[in-house]
Write a protein that binds this ligand. Sequence first.
Ligand SMILES: [Zn+2]
Length: 344
Amino acid sequence: MKDFKAKIEEQKRKFDRALARVKDKKSLELVRNLYLSRKRGHLRLLFDELKNLKPEEKPEAGQIINRLKSYIQEKLESRKREFAVPERALREFDLTLPGRKEYLGSPHPIVLFQQEIENIFISMGYFIEDGPEIETDYYNFEALNFPPYHPARDDWDTLYITDDLLLRTHTSPVQIRAMEKQKPPIRIIIPGKVYRRESPDPTHLPMFYQVEGLAVDEDITFAHLKGTLEHFLKTLFYEKIKIRFRPSFFPFTEPSAEVDIECTVCEGKNEECRVCRGSGWIEILGAGMVDPQVLKNVNIDPEKYSGFAFGLGIDRTAMFAYQIPDMRFFYENDLRFIRQFTLK
Ligand SMILES: [Zn+2]
């Protein structure tokens, strides 16, 4: 019996040492098996030894083993609880991991950029107008001074639904519709989808977004046009951006100009720049004074009123503003690209 008690004490010390070396759940499980396994655990073996004791010694010896068993179970259990907390913390609250942010979605980058443009003009007192994407030949061309067979129509070729119905090539028809509805003073911008007969390439798409503007009032001059566009471009890009006006031709404005900004990619310093092709300038807007004939077409007296109009491609301008080399990226629906643009 004395030997048996010593053996129990010895097992207890061994267990304590083994438990002290436990570092994780896995080694804890090994110690548990070593002592409590039903088939070959140390306690099983101790119980087996009971049969070698004298009958009167058995009850006390049985109690001693049971006490050791409870001791071991308790220790293992409390150790297990210790491990449970930090491991869970590691898995769920590792502060060194980047946060997992839910992506809630956002308007498309072109829509966001359109809103930026709209906000600048709204702050100058403009209203936003909207109109149909399927237009008649009259509103898309004739009212804007493109008679049938006019050669300028070639530059605005589009998709025809019938001889008279077509997908609008610019948002200019909405200018006509607005001038028919209201009399000067008129200050509107017209953002929207337009269509052209184009093969997609890095700078051309058969469908794109445009925003046009129109101001008609007494004594509107080219100086107003210039001041408005300069303020717009400086706000949209940056204050010190270089801007130039070049004479141009549009059937619906006279005189007409094209507006360039300095190349936002190379600032004119790279002769091999792919964006400006080394010229240092990018064409960004078409503009001009509304042709008196266009005013006559909508019964506004050109002797009393004058106006200016302008238009720019939203996709194309966004491309320069964000320095994106290919306009098609906007329509490929690659979320890695799209998700870079979110509401400010
Ligand atoms: Zn450049």
